[in-house]
Design a protein around this ligand. Structure first.
Ligand code: ADP
Ligand code: MG
Length: 381
């Protein structure tokens, strides 16, 4: 029987072939606008081609200029909609059965939460990727409702000091959720975290508000804790078509802890412990993505809670997008260098570039087949 499922399957075959040529890991860089009008800008030039030039303020001559390349660079004037537009194809592929992870990386104050959530809850102006993504998924679901029925659920957790906390629970003070292997019965890596069904953007706004409130509750104990924990919003998608074909996928939207190094000589106790956990989990994330990009046989997922939690969505045919956020001001230069280096390390730009124009005859054949299946499906309706 001809079904949506079949078209989706062929789409996936095609995508997998193209990805074998290009790689599944993307890195976008976003530069926040400067808040200080008279500040010296250390990021000089943002190219259309995904490059930027970093200026070392201590070396005013030519050798102080360093070029970095990414899949895309968004300058300080880029809008939320522009950023979303380049993220949309990835998000849409979740509806065809792909697992996707999107990360926001960068020092505190560089714009991670702005990109993922937007300026604040309670207003829908300048909403970030989390909201725009779910809005898009609802629209796709609605557009396909005659051929496939989707169910969308969300979970939201925080990882702080290597402990997982449910941000959508009645009593969110309960910590230490257990992470299961993705091969468990439920197929969920966090079977005990509260799962909410969402059917509209209003549902999404309510969930985001609840998550934000629960996150803030604990920050009275440790000041501004949210910048020192990772928050993970997971969107689970289930689809079923008339012929019984099923698909199941998830989208992880991750606002990472601030990547800034703390001065160890000044920091003790709880704050030092936090810093060590953050360093460990971020470097572990970098190791996992690098190992995947290099197609290593061993991927060190088990070295942190974050990578363990995301294991089923990192690698294989899953897709990864990292937003590396940088601040343009001179006093952030040191952190900006370290963010750009980290991002360059996980980026596969160079690997992908040499292949990007080649399409095998098999890819062409699959493209044609998908087109004819789509037509046949349209005629059937
Ligand atoms: P982070 O989550 O990385 O700590 P935030 O997202 O909270 O950083 O950003 C710090 C401040 O800068 C916030 O007031 C935020 O609204 C603002 N900001 C960040 N990026 C942008 C941007 N692209 N355009 C306008 N304001 C921004
Ligand atoms: Mg933040």
């Amino acid at each position: 029987a001809l079904s949506y499922h079949r078209v989706a399957q062929e789409n996936r075959n095609l995508y997998n072939m193209v990805q074998d040529l290009k790689g599944n890991i993307r890195v976008y860089c976003r530069i926040r606008p400067s808040f200080v009008a008279e500040a010296i800008n250390v990021i000089d030039f943002v190219g259309e081609d995904g490059s930027l030039v970093l200026l070392d303020p201590s070396k005013p001559h030519k050798d102080g200029r360093k070029v970095f390349n990414f899949n895309r660079v968004f300058g300080p004037t880029a809008t939320q909609d522009e950023v979303f537009k380049d993220t949309q194809p990835l998000i849409r592929s979740v509806m065809d059965g792909y697992n996707v992870c999107i990360f926001a990386y960068g020092q505190t104050g560089s714009g991670k939460t702005h990109t993922m959530s937007g300026p604040s809850c309670g207003t829908t102006k300048d909403m970030g990727i989390n909201y725009l993504a779910l809005n898009d998924l609802f629209q796709i679901s609605n557009g396909r409702k005659d051929i496939i029925t989707y169910d969308i659920h969300v979970q939201m957790v925080e990882i702080y000091n290597e402990q997982v906390r449910d941000l959508l629970a009645e009593d969110s003070s309960i910590v230490k959720l257990e992470i299961r292997s993705c091969t468990s019965d439920s197929g969920l890596s966090l079977p005990d975290a509260t799962m909410h069904s969402v059917k509209s953007t209003t549902d999404v706004l309510n969930i985001m508000k609840l998550g934000e409130v629960n996150r803030v509750v604990s920050s009275t104990a440790v000041n501004n804790r949210s910048s020192r924990s990772h928050s993970v919003l997971t969107v689970h998608v289930h689809g079923k078509d008339a012929s019984g074909g099923k698909l199941r996928s998830c989208l992880h939207l991750v606002d990472l802890a601030g990547s800034e190094r703390v001065d160890k000589s000044e920091v003790t106790g709880e704050r030092l412990k936090e810093a060590q956990y953050i360093n460990k989990s971020l470097s572990c994330l970098g190791d996992v993505i690098t190992a995947l990009a290099q197609k290593n046989s061993h991927i060190p997922y088990r070295n942190s809670k974050l990578t363990l939690l995301l294991q089923d969505s990192l690698g294989g045919h899953a897709k990864t997008l990292m937003f590396a956020h940088v601040s343009p001001e001179e006093d952030s230069f040191g952190e900006t260098v370290s963010t750009l280096k980290f991002a360059q390390r996980v980026s596969t730009v160079e690997l992908g570039a040499s292949h990007s124009n080649k399409e095998s005859s098999e890819v062409m054949r699959l493209k044609e087949q998908i087109e004819s299946l789509k037509k046949a499906l349209a005629n059937k309706e």
